[in-house]
Design a protein around this ligand. Structure first.
Ligand code: FAD
Length: 349
């Protein structure tokens, strides 16, 4: 029996591990991957962070800068997470997949492909990468070209000489569009007009403005910050694509045909492939047996604590579990009070 089982060994799980160790609690981290790095090991080849290393600190040991790169590559982040895990000797058990979490006699039972574990508290930090979201568009089955999601995308070469529609208004879409447009004819489609960060600021401003916006909301004031966490950061390849004139969004199409996409005004665009950069949902199938109260498609939490169970916390995932909690700095900020809350409850018990 452990004090705490953490499910997921990405950045959020490691941030929790740091604070659990400092609190002197007995814990394990269970991760279904063979290697360290969480979702960062699965991104496309050129994936890079939208914020500089110094704005992406896990607790205790900040991310080192990467020589010659303002925006670290995914490999650099994976290396950092691996070294972080080793540095703090975090007890990560790999290739362990959690299948369900349940209550039994006031304890948590965490079922895995390698047996069951008991714990007094559970932190779920399983991220979103394994639950890609694809909106339904009429005619989707009739399209004879290739459709793929961000999770399936690797590099632009496969699209050389083709006509490609890229769907989505966030950083993934912008980064993928930027490189696919160097080898293919592209059309960029977004549901809302995308918002671009000014060239001379980078991802760090997102965090600053998000923080100011949250403080304003908490005190009932309006905040007219020009940026939000979904805004597109003008990393060098995206800026270069803008200068080539390819960052020119069209409104969302209404249906797919066998050979492309079409709008209700009769306009059509033929294409060979559609890349859906349409985001993710929290990956929470292991909690489905708990029948948690849900709102807006995710379990309802007070901070990171489930409103249904005082010993269950959800960490990472997005703003609903804490401001910018799907980012490294946000995960660090939310892991600390999460562990403090668990620790206080255990002391009381
Ligand atoms: P993950 O990294 O997904 O880790 C969860 C772990 O849990 C994984 O190893 C997973 O395999 C495992 N797992 C899942 N289910 C189970 C289960 N049932 N049992 C056991 N293990 C399980 N963030 C920043 O901070 N700064 C940036 O500049 C930045 N730039 C980005 C740029 C782009 C283009 C994109 C797409 C993302 C960027 N991010 C950035 C986002 C962010 O860092 C990721 O979303 C991050 O990987 C989330 O970390 P996590 O620990 O919550 O989840």
């Amino acid at each position: 029996m452990s004090d705490v089982v953490v499910i997921g060994g990405g950045q959020a799980g490691l941030a929790a591990g740091y604070f659990l160790r400092r609190a002197g609690l007995d814990f394990v981290i269970l991760d279904d991957q063979k290697q360290p790095g969480g979702a960062w090991q699965h991104g496309w080849q050129s994936l890079r962070m939208f914020s500089p290393a110094q704005y992406s600190p896990l607790p205790g040991w900040p991310m080192p800068t990467q020589a010659g790169e303002t925006f670290p590559t995914a490999d650099h982040v994976v290396d950092y997470l691996q070294r972080y895990e080793e540095r703090y000797e975090l007890p990560v058990h790999r290739s362990v997949s959690v299948t369900s979490v349940r209550r039994e006699n006031e304890r948590w039972i965490v079922d895995t492909n390698a047996g069951s574990r008991k714990a007094a508290a559970v932190i779920s930090a399983t991220g979103t990468w394994q639950s890609p979201y694809l909106p339904y568009v009429p005619g989707q089955e009739s399209f004879t070209g290739r459709q793929l999601h961000t999770v399936d995308y690797d590099s632009p070469e496969l699209f050389a000489g083709q006509r490609v529609v890229v769907v989505g208004g966030g950083n993934s879409a912008a980064q993928i569009l930027a490189e696919v447009s160097t080898v293919a004819e592209t059309l960029w489609v977004t549901r809302r007009p995308p918002r671009f960060m000014p060239d001379d600021v980078d991802g760090r401003v997102l965090f600053d403005v998000a923080t100011a916006r949250e403080a304003a909301c908490r005190s009932g004031r309006d905040h007219d910050g020009v940026t939000g966490l979904g805004d597109i950061v003008m990393v060098p390849p995206v800026r270069e694509a803008r200068d080539r004139g390819v960052l020119d969004p069209s409104p969302m199409f209404d249906r797919l045909t066998s050979t492309g996409v079409s709008w209700h005004d009769g306009r059509e665009q033929q294409c060979d492939a559609i890349i859906w950069c349409t985001g993710f949902r929290p990956h929470l199938s292991h909690l489905s047996g708990l029948r948690l109260t849900r709102d807006h498609g995710h379990p309802v939490t007070d901070g990171t604590r489930s409103i249904d169970h005082s010993g269950l916390h959800l960490l990472g995932y997005g703003d609903w579990t804490g401001l910018a909690s799907a980012t490294i700095i946000g995960a660090t900020r939310t892991a600390k009070p999460t562990v403090a809350e668990i620790s206080a409850r255990m002391t009381r018990a």
